[in-house]
Design a protein around this ligand. Structure first.
Ligand code: 9G3
Length: 569
């Protein structure tokens, strides 16, 4: 491609509203342009990278035996009413009416569409297992689109759906996808972890993993063991349950509860400071509203409540910290002074609290706390569970020596075991080998194709710009003649360009009439892996060879340079 014709304008500075490096660089290097909040155009360089990612995904899906199809974005509302999800999703689901006033949704995902399609096309066990996928634009009206392609309102997803006769079939289909995902993210040059995740609202037969690209700006936190393979997102990561028997706590004599005055001590830190205790000697009681139910959750002072774990324990759809009025009304005292004793609402006690011999807690009275609080004696242990986030350094539950380290991550892929959630609600059945009608067992598997561009740039950049992994770069070679007016330079540059093209090498030639400094700055921004500079040495047949990821310059003959980039394919 000749850069003089390429639709490309690089920017010296990123717009103010771009606040992560991948968003800044994609705008500055001319890969994307924003049309509206969370809605982007891919300029030619961006489109070429997007296509490279698509091709890797397509190859690995096909290798895993999945069949590609393409489903509509416009989905009749009736489908979502039939699956019961039309009412579940709020403004995030983009809804519209056609000219006949019929209601449609712009597809945020395609469980309803694919299940209906397969229901109508497949009815015998002989046709199963079957995994179908598409690469297609999804619409989700995010309340706060941000970080460029990381959280958009219109984005490219590969979504796959598997259909099996039984659970072991589902496990096989799931593992084929799981392994294909490993190959995809490895080929994309991404440093990632597959983490055990929480099945979430979509439900499923237990068993769901997220593929997270490690990145400091990632919105998710993952916990990975320093020794074994165990890794999970915070909603799933479980601390090791120390062997403990609540009864033995009763062996130790604990004095009766003693209330004491703690004026102006609001936070855990203030209490720790003024009482000269450690946070692990404190009990924190928080009030939550799970659907219509109000519950108290008690965790140790050095731990944080994980709302999803509480929600899952209660089997609730929604959960949120209770507002002041609800706290006053349900605990009889202002938030911050709530304690675990004397509550009339259910009290969920984290395992770490249940095994405390005694601790300091809120007194249920403003500016007062209580000490010598003994779990089991001073408040009921009817609900004991894992309700907290793991902390860095907590013991791994799977191996003997490992401890957790926490990382920020960008979710690039998510694989779910769905079971019969959609085949039941939408009636996708098949006749088994005994002629009995059974519901198909499903799995679903997503990859954020456009989001991968951001994840890759977050992991592959330097102070000068993007450093594309070879498999994803928009071109493989960047030819840079220093002076387009110098006939010798242009002769060599054009000759190289034609030969490389003829040899199937993706090459971009910077034939603009620009100063060398401008050409190098732009080349660094765009981040093409190999660069051949045709400058003064051209007269002696010498060119400069630079590998973008390394930076050192080599002086080579034209032939040597040609060979270097040709063999690298
Ligand atoms: C909606 C809206 C947003 C959504 C969904 C539905 C996420 C929704 C979960 C999934 C599960 C899997 C197949 C590919 C992999 C992910 N956001 N999810 O169902 F109506 Cl507005 O999409 N789907």
């Amino acid at each position: 491609m000749r850069q003089n014709q390429l639709l490309l304008s690089t920017l010296r500075e990123a717009p103010a509203d771009a606040d992560v490096v991948s968003h800044k660089l994609m705008l500055r290097a001319g890969f994307i342009r924003q049309l509206a909040a969370g809605i982007y155009s891919y300029l030619p360089l961006g489109r070429r990278v997007l296509r490279k990612v698509e091709e890797i995904v397509r190859q690995e899906m096909d290798r895993a035996g999945a069949q590609e199809l393409l489903m509509p974005a416009m989905q009749p509302a009736e489908l979502w009413q039939e699956s019961g999800r039309y009412a579940v999703y709020g403004p995030e689901l983009i809804r519209l009416k056609d000219r006949h006033d019929r209601e449609f949704a712009l597809g945020p995902t395609h469980e309803e569409v694919i299940t209906t399609l397969v229901r109508n096309e497949v009815s015998s066990y002989r046709r199963l297992p079957m995994t179908l996928y598409q690469i297609q634009t999804k619409f989700r009206d995010e309340r706060r689109p941000r970080y460029g392609l990381l959280r958009g309102r219109e984005f490219l997803m590969k979504d796959a759906y598997s259909f099996d006769m039984d659970l072991e079939g589902l496990h096989e289909s799931y593992m084929k996808m799981f392994n294909a995902y490993h190959r995809i993210f490895e080929r994309c040059g991404i440093n990632f972890r597959a983490v055990e995740a929480d099945p979430g609202a979509i439900g499923g037969e237990g068993g769901t993993h997220e593929f997270m690209a490690l990145a400091d700006i990632g919105e998710d936190t993952i916990a990975a063991c320093t020794c074994c393979e165990y890794a999970a997102n915070m909603e799933k990561a479980e601390p090791r349950a120390e062997k403990f028997d609540v009864a033995n706590a009763a062996d130790v004599h604990v004095p009766a509860i003693e209330k004491f005055h703690t004026p102006d001590l609001k936070s855990i830190d203030q209490l720790v400071e003024s009482l000269g205790v450690t946070a692990s000697e404190l009990m924190k009681t928080l009030i939550f509203k799970a659907d219509e139910q109000v519950v108290a959750v008690v965790v140790r002072g050095d731990h944080e409540v994980n709302e999803i774990k509480v929600k899952n324990y209660l089997g609730a759809i929604d959960i949120a910290i209770a507002d002041y009025a609800t706290v006053e009304q349900s605990a009889g005292v202002a938030a911050g002074f709530v304690g675990p004793t004397g509550l009339t609402i259910p009290v969920l006690v984290d395992r770490a609290v249940a095994q405390m011999v005694s601790g300091i807690a809120g007194a249920g009275e403003v500016d007062h706390h209580i000490r010598h609080v003994q779990p089991g004696r001073d408040f009921a242990l009817e609900h004991i569970g894992d309700f907290r986030n793991v902390n860095e350094g907590d013991a791994c539950p799977r191996c003997a020596e490992g401890i957790f380290k926490l990382y920020r991550g960008i979710e690039m892929g998510h694989v779910f075991k769905l079971g019969t959630k959609y085949s039941e609600s939408l009636g996708a059945t098949f006749l088994d080998s005994n002629g009995r009608s059974q519901h198909m067992i499903m799995g679903c598997y997503g990859i954020g194709i456009s989001r991968i561009l951001s994840a890759v740039i977050e992991q592959h950049n330097d102070e000068f710009g993007i450093v594309w992994p070879k498999a994803l770069a928009p071109y493989q070679v960047h030819l840079i003649p220093i002076s387009v007016k110098d006939e010798t330079q242009m002769q060599i540059a054009n000759d190289l360009y034609e030969r490389l093209l003829a040899n199937g090498v993706e090459v971009l030639i910077d034939d603009r009439d620009e100063r060398a400094g401008v050409k190098f700055k732009d080349a660094d921004l765009i981040g093409i892996p190999y660069r051949i500079v045709i400058g003064k040495g051209a007269a002696e047949g010498m060119v400069e060879f630079v590998e973008r990821s390394k930076g050192e310059k080599e002086s080579l003959t034209v032939e040597e340079a040609y060979a270097r980039v040709s063999e690298s394919r």
